[in-house]
Design a protein around this ligand. Structure first.
Ligand SMILES: *Cc1c(COP(=O)(O)O)cnc(C)c1O
Length: 231
């Protein structure tokens, strides 16, 4: 993908976000775009950055650390969107501003303890499994309140809300169902002290459905960067 190709795709995605927010009667500024740059080279991130993008999502730690190192000169907000594993928490806590997808209390404890002194608390979204698929990760909705209580008590974390990664569905009504369920869960578990403002949901193929159901963070890879170059 050329630099101008990335810039124009990025603008198309921003137009889709604006249109969906308008349909939902929501201010477009309520929806943050996280450009998912996994498996994309550092130069692709530079091109999106030059076009104004600041938040990037990465799934694979080793690859992410390489790119973070190569892009130190840029003011990027890094979001870890991959599967958290115990042996990776230290590097995640040290190098990312956000983690989308905390679902294990032991990982939450490690991330909190390992957040470097002096850094602001790590922003986290708790991952909820709403499609009943083991492979997608996340806790069952019935376990969300206990995980939330654990995470809210950890000084190195700041729980911002919930994230979900539903199985793909092709019509908008089917896409909306798990997103609506995540919003309802959030509405039920939010308290004045812990308001859970963020819903991290929606990818290239279902961002409209997610925004209609209240997404505040959409995680978009393919629609911004084109197909991932290798798998
Ligand atoms: C890869 C990935 C995305 C982006 O997917 P696209 O379909 O390329 O937009 C979003 N969220 C997570 C957790 C991912 O792993």
């Amino acid at each position: 993908m050329t630099d101008t190709g990335i810039a124009s795709r990025l603008h198309q995605v921003m137009a889709r976000i604006r249109a969906a927010a308008e349909r939902a009667g929501r201010p477009p500024a309520q929806v943050a775009l996280i450009a998912v740059s996994k498996k994309q080279p550092a130069e692709a991130i530079r091109a999106a950055y030059a076009a104004g993008q600041r938040a990037f999502g990465e799934s694979y730690l080793r690859e992410a650390l390489d790119k973070i190192e190569q892009l130190r000169d840029l003011d990027i907000e890094w979001h870890f969107i991959g599967r958290v594993q115990s042996n990776k928490t230290r590097q995640i806590a040290a190098n990312f501003a956000w983690v989308h997808g905390v679902s294990d209390p032991a990982h939450a404890h490690r991330l909190s303890e390992q957040r470097p002194a002096g850094a602001p608390p790590l922003n986290v979204c708790l991952q909820i499994n709403l499609s009943g698929e083991d492979s997608k990760g996340g806790v069952e909705p019935s376990a969300a309140s206990e995980l939330l209580r654990t995470c809210n008590a950890l000084p190195g974390l700041r729980v911002r809300g919930f994230m979900t990664l539903p199985a793909p569905a092709d019509d908008e009504a089917a896409q909306r169902a798990p997103f609506a369920a995540l919003r309802h869960l959030r509405d039920r578990l939010a308290t004045p002290g812990h308001p859970l403002p963020c819903l991290s949901m929606g990818m290239s193929d279902d961002l409209e459905a997610a925004i209609l159901e209240g997404a505040t963070h959409v995680r978009i890879g393919t629609a911004v960067f084109g197909p991932r170059p290798y798998n």
